[in-house]
Design a binder for this molecule. Sequence first.
Ligand SMILES: Nc1ncnc2c1ncn2[C@@H]1O[C@H](COP(=O)(O)OP(=O)(O)O)[C@@H](O)[C@H]1O
Ligand SMILES: [Mg+2]
Length: 396
Amino acid sequence: MKAVDQRLEEALFRFAGACAAWAAERWLREQLPIRFARRIEDILQLPHVAVINPQMNSILNTYLETFEVIHSSPPIRTEDDERVFLQAIATQLEKHNPGTRLIAEGYREVRRLYPYIRLDDFLHDHFTTRIATRILMDNYVEMRSPKEGYVGVVCQNMQPLKIVQEIAGELTPLTRSLYGCAPEVEYRGNPDCVLDYIPRHVKYMVRELLKNAFRSTVERHLSRSTVSDPLPHVAVELQQGDIHVIFKISDQGGGMPKRMQREAWKYGWTTVNTDRSYREAWQYAEDAEESCSWDRDRGHGDPSKPLQKSRIHFIFVGLCGLRSLRLRRSELAGYGFGLPLTRLHAQYFGGDVFMQALPGHGTDLILILTHLKAGTPSTEIDDLSTLLYKKEVKSS
Ligand SMILES: Nc1ncnc2c1ncn2[C@@H]1O[C@H](COP(=O)(O)OP(=O)(O)O)[C@@H](O)[C@H]1O
Ligand SMILES: [Mg+2]
C-alpha cells in the first residue's frame, strides 16, 4: 500500500525524488510562481474592458499577491521555513476560493456590455491551471496532516452514492425554496460502487449536473405539477467499470434542440436571464417561446399551455423584481459555467462527460470518472497544466 501511495503522490506532484528533504516544498516554490506568472500575463492581455472589470481585477490582484508571496518566500532549509511555507500556501489557497464565481460574474458583466467578446480560450487555460495549482497546493497541505482513507487530496474507496445523496439533499430544499417544489431523485444501478478520487471534484461535477436536471424538470413541469401528478423523477444510475465509475443523470426536463446542444458547452452560455425588468421578462418569455425545446417540441396536448406557463412564470419573476430571489436563483443556475467546467474537471484526470438531449423529452448526462489509483491511466498522464506550460514556452 505504501508503494501505491508513494506512486500516486509522485503522480500528483510530478517531481522526482519525493523522499529528498523538502522536495515538495522546493518543487512548489519553483513551479507555482511560473504558473501564476503565466496566468497574470494572460489576464493582462485581455481586452481592456475585461481587465478593468472589478471581479476580474480582484482575480488579478489575488494572483499577483500569491505570486509575490510564494516567489519571495525564503529558501526552505529548516523546519521553521517549512512551517512558514505551509502556512503561506494554506492562506493563499483560501484566498482563491471565490475565484470561479468571480470570473463567472466578471465574464457575465463584460459580455453584457460587449456581447461579442468571447474568452473561451482564455477561460479554458485559466481554469485548467486553476485546477492544477489548487490540486498541487491542496495536496501539499493535506499531506502534512494526513487523514485516514486519504492519500493527500485523494479519498480512497469513497462511495459515489453517498455523494450524490448528499448533493441531492442540499439541492432539494434550495429548489423548493425557489420554485415551490423539487423532483425526487431515483437511484439505479450499482449502489456499492467505489471510487478513488478527489471528493471536492466529484461533488462539484455532480452538483452542477444535478442542478441542471432539477432546474429543467421544475421549469418544464411547474405549472402542471399537482399532488396526484407530481414532477417526474430525476434518475441517477451508477455503474462500476474496470478503471472508472459511470454516473448517468437523466431528467425529463425537455432536453434541448440540437443547435443549442453545442452552445451549452461554451463558457457563459445560459438560458437564464438575470436582468428581468417587465419588458425583459416579456422578451425572455418570447425568446423561450422561440428557442426552448420544452415549450415548442412537446408535440402532444395543448401546445399553448407550456408557453403560457413560461410567460406567466418569467413575467412574474420580472415584475416582482425580488432581488433576493434573483440572487438566490443564481445558486441554481445562471452563470453558464456548469457544463464547461464539469467537462474540464472530468477530462483533467482522463474522464469525460457526454450529453444526450432528446428535444421535447429530457436529457441524459453521462459522467465518467477514472480512478486516481497508481497504474490507472489517469495517474500516468502528464499534468495538463504542465502540458499547457510546455506549449506556452514553445510558442514564446
Ligand atoms: N439537463 C438539462 N436540460 C435542459 N437544458 C439543460 C440541461 N443542462 C444544461 N442545460 C442548458 O444548458 C445551459 C448551460 O448550462 P450550465 O453550463 O450548467 O449553465 P447554467 O446552468 O448556469 O445556465 C443551461 O442554461 C440550460 O439551458
Ligand atoms: Mg448549470
